[in-house]
Design a protein around this ligand. Structure first.
Ligand code: SF4
Length: 485
């Protein structure tokens, strides 16, 4: 069934709640080209031209067609024919969801039944005060994982006992809806959004959820065969570089060694059957974590401190040189690195437990070490050589002084990825059918293929909306001033 403002384009019905501007029609059709043909696009349309609505209309039109024609195998979103809509902030995502909601209610006959959910961080969704009071995202994540594992979050317990998953909110559900409805029912909105996402027609999520492979890999969101819209994409290149980069300080490495020491002492007490065993049990040391494993991890961290932190003879090193140094510390074998990575995961679990029981900042150093190892494990050597640079910087301010570990507080190492194409390549490897980068300004478009090391076969630059009768000519309003009067 069509609406008064629908039209058919290449077998896709494009619905609008109001008569579309010419530039809106053109944008919707170019977006449909991307989705139909499985080609990536760069679509620029000035602010005020109804870009979001045009993109959503094309995405939903393609989804309907794919499902009815069997391209997506079935009507279930998890089968592939669904849409991922990404923007930079939760505010921008909320605005896009509001447009979807308004559009669905105005074109009810054709778009009713559309489901959408927003995904967000624990920062935006967590209800537990013990997590909310933590200052950094990493601390919140560690505390949540501890509370869930130890059965100490009532919101998670209520959610997982069935009252959450079975009765999630329907329709178009943004962050505020999730928090409001979950607060009333005392269930976890964070895990509920993860439960709703694989079943939704459209999933709205912040940039880093799409571009950061570590976050993306943890989501229960099948991307193969789906189409993605990246709105406000003038920020996309910077975000792609940021999610593939990291920074660390000598204090982080010293903290990792100190964390490993703490865990080693706990394991020793456990193995000796210490009378302190109740606290040890609560600390939830993974049973399989042995003293030898933890000692090996500490040895690696000590070598890393001695080797990598002295890489200061030159201003910069390639990412591959850092990887070589890390491999040396791990005994030269990639397999060894994988073993150390596995042990680190177990030690981190114990560290989270300690932190959850009140030990301050245990796990911060190990988390940083884990990020470094994770990145070096996951990125190809040639990419590390060609697209990564390790820089060290040192604040010369005397007020910085020395930290408790004896390092200058101003020293920092940054492993920077200078090519958005690194994140883009891993995103495309998920099997996404097509990605549309859209914004009010993508100028110059010609820069994107070079930066992202990719083709964007569909490119479009829309014009401003010109509403003739309402335009006021400048010379009609301003009387020219004659020189000499
Ligand atoms: S399970 Fe949910 S409510 Fe509980 S700590 Fe984690 S994010 Fe917060």
């Amino acid at each position: 069934m069509t609406t008064p403002h629908s039209w058919e384009y290449r077998g896709v019905r494009l619905d609008f709640p109001l008569p579309p501007y010419d530039c809106q029609r053109a944008l919707a059709e170019r977006a449909a080209d991307c989705f139909l043909d499985g080609r990536d696009g760069l679509l620029e349309s000035p602010t005020g031209t109804g870009k979001t609505l045009a993109l959503l209309s094309a995405a939903l039109g393609w989804m309907r067609r794919a499902r009815t024609s069997g391209e997506g195998s079935s009507s279930a979103p998890a089968s592939g024919a669904h849409v991922v809509y990404s923007s930079r902030t939760h505010g921008q995502l909320s605005q896009a969801m509001a447009q979807l909601r308004a559009s669905v209610s105005a074109t009810e006959s054709s778009m009713s039944g559309v489901t959408a959910v927003a995904m967000g961080s624990r920062d935006a969704l967590c209800l537990n005060p013990k997590v909310r009071e933590r200052s950094t995202q990493a601390e919140k994540n560690r505390m949540c994982k501890f509370l869930v594992k130890s059965g100490k979050c009532e919101f998670y317990n209520n959610y997982s006992n069935g009252s959450g998953a079975a009765a999630g909110p329907d329709g178009i559900v943004d962050i505020e809806d999730l928090v409001k409805t979950s607060s009333k029912r005392k269930i976890c909105p964070y895990y509920q959004s993860r439960d709703l996402a694989p079943k939704a027609d459209v999933v709205f999520l912040p940039y880093n959820y799409l571009f950061d492979g570590r976050i993306r890999g943890s989501l229960p969101l099948p991307l193969r065969g789906a189409c993605a819209v990246v709105d406000e994409a003038h920020n996309a290149a910077q975000v792609c570089e940021d999610v593939c980069s990291l920074g660390f300080t000598p204090q982080d490495v010293a903290l990792a060694i100190s964390d490993a020491d703490t865990i080693i002492k706990l394991i020793q007490k456990r193995d000796e059957g210490s009378s302190d065993s109740s606290a040890l049990a609560e600390a939830a040391l993974p049973e399989e974590l042995t003293l030898a494993d933890a000692a090996e991890l500490k040895e690696f961290a000590v070598k890393f401190e001695a080797r990598v932190l002295t890489m200061k003879e030159r201003v910069s090193y390639t990412g591959q040189e850092l990887a070589d140094a890390v491999m040396d510390c791990a005994g030269g074998l990639r397999r060894n690195l994988a073993v150390i990575w596995g042990v680190l995961d177990q030690v981190l679990e114990a560290a989270r437990a300690l932190e959850g029981l009140g030990a301050r900042h245990v796990g911060k150093g190990l988390s940083t070490l884990g990020e470094i190892l994770g990145l070096i494990q996951s990125i190809d050597r040639a990419v590390l050589r060609d697209h990564y640079t390790l820089l060290h910087s040192s604040s010369s301010s005397s007020s910085d002084g020395a930290s408790e570990f004896g390092y200058s507080k101003g020293t920092r190492f940054s492993l920077w990825c200078f090519t958005p194409g690194v994140a883009w390549r891993t995103l495309k490897a998920t099997g996404l059918r097509a990605v549309v980068l859209a914004s009010g300004t993508l100028h110059p478009l010609s820069q994107f293929p070079a930066d992202f090391c990719a083709d964007f076969p569909v490119q479009f630059v829309g014009e401003h909306v010109i509403d003739g009768p309402k335009q006021v000519r400048f010379e009609d309003k301003v009387q020219p001033v004659k020189v000499g009067e």
